[in-house]
Design a protein around this ligand. Sequence first.
Ligand code: CP
Length: 305
Amino acid sequence: MTTKNLISITELSTQEIEELIACAQDIIAEPDKYADKCRRKKLATLFFEPSTRTRLSFEAAMLELGGSVLGFSEAASSSASKGESVSDTAITVSCYADIIAMRHPKEGAPLVAGLSAGVPVINAGDGGHNHPTQTLTDLLTIFREKGRLGNLKIGCCGDLKFGRTVHSLVEACARYEGNSFVLISPEELRVPDNIKTNVLERSGIDYIETDNWDALPELDILYMTRVQRERFFNEADYLRLKDEFILTADRLENAKSDLSILHPLPRVNEIEKAVDNDPRACYFKQALNGKYIRMALILKLLGVD
Ligand code: CP
């Protein structure tokens, strides 16, 4: 890969994304082939913000490649709590690990880490900014479910303002021909203008913004998101908006029979539990795909054949 670090999905060419997907598919088909690829390699997971899927799937990925993991899961148990900078942390951890996955509440922190670290740094989510490995997970899931990444009508629903996964997914899917977007959210939680202008409009992608479910029957993909309580300045606004879009089993009656429902998770209440039994629900398969695509990414960034 041309990049040493992965901070944003924009750093990957379409060809590199497709190579990662192909590698993940091969890992899924023949896991034994990869069981020893990272023997004696160490992954450090530096998580300054909570996570279940991203941290544990990174760790599972490295363990399944035959490597080892070390790290911390909260800032309080690192020397950041004593005032150590992100840069110094990255330089120090480079002494102990071959690759770093970092989540941080501050936008740009993994970029800063990547500039100082002596080993590859992967952005595992920085504030409301980027979450490139989630996007790779989403793309792998879409590819496995639909057999293609283009010619899809993609609905994104929920918190499209703070939901970093939506921003990166829009950026990635805008590269493929024939995709269009239906952006379903309360007015206050719409996709930021810079993404509409710099990504959708610049790429000539069709999209509509709406505050209702009317387009659900036309969708090939429905990408649900939770309202991101931790990014609100005002609790009253969160409480007012959090229940505006809840996907129920009843609502799905008019959706396509081959709709794929994705969600980066964690879910709060925006998808009714009954939907989990619907064959169109893909979000737990998506969580599993996250491990395979991270295995592929670790291999590529470490230059393991
Ligand atoms: N999708 C995702 O980033 O989940 P976690 O916050 O649990 O890592």
